[in-house]
Design a protein around this ligand. Structure first.
Ligand SMILES: [Ca+2]
Ligand SMILES: [Ca+2]
Length: 189
């Protein structure tokens, strides 16, 4: 098992995900400082199992990529889980943003903090706060695509489009411990 300790910057977190994804081992990434993502992280395509754990109280991962302290355009989703047995533990996920693509009808914005495309995900003692999922802009004023629907306070059910988290059909998630919305997560119709 590979343990990557003292992850305290965005660059280290990015490198840790890239190195654990395909190393043939079960891994643990230990985050020791709160981190603001400056761009989207790599997809998690873990080959065995991976635990991402905050060490200590109040370890926060923020999607506030443009660094202005609010959740707005230019911010990013925090985790995209494509595969693997994944555990997220002792973390606060905040200011994550999923923005659907623009175009005819507009794309759905899925899972502001956490999008689980596939895999088995366990979420333990994780707080979701101030995340948004926003549909893209449609053509000719047709309006926005589906976004921010359902599950604003936690993890949406299959095919949900939750502001905090969304699961694709077939993905599974187990949630234990704290998972509390701290601030309103506006849904954009
Ligand atoms: Ca691995
Ligand atoms: Ca921002």
């Amino acid at each position: 098992m590979a343990v990557i300790d003292n992850v305290d910057t965005f660059e280290k977190l990015l490198a840790a995900i890239n190195s654990t994804n395909s190393n043939g081992q079960a891994d643990e990434i230990r985050i020791t400082q709160s981190i603001v993502l400056t761009s989207a992280l790599p997809f998690i395509r873990e080959d065995v199992s991976l635990t991402i754990r905050g060490i200590g109280e109040g370890i926060t991962l923020s999607g506030d990529a443009n660094g202005n302290g609010i959740n707005d355009e230019g911010d990013v989703r925090i985790f995209f889980i494509e595969s693997g047995q994944i555990t997220l533990e002792n973390l606060i996920l905040t200011n994550g943003r999923a923005q659907g693509g623009d175009g005819a009808g507009g794309g759905a914005g899925l899972g502001g903090a956490l999008l689980i495309y596939n895999g088995d995900v366990t979420v333990t003692n994780v707080t979701f706060s101030n995340n948004q999922a926003i549909g893209g802009n449609g053509l000719a004023g047709a309006g926005r695509g589906g976004g921010g629907m359902g599950g604003a306070g936690g993890i949406a059910s299959a095919a949900g489009r939750g502001a905090a988290a969304a699961l694709a059909p077939g993905a599974t998630v187990v949630q234990t411990g704290r998972a509390v919305k701290k601030a309103p997560e506006p849904a954009v119709p």
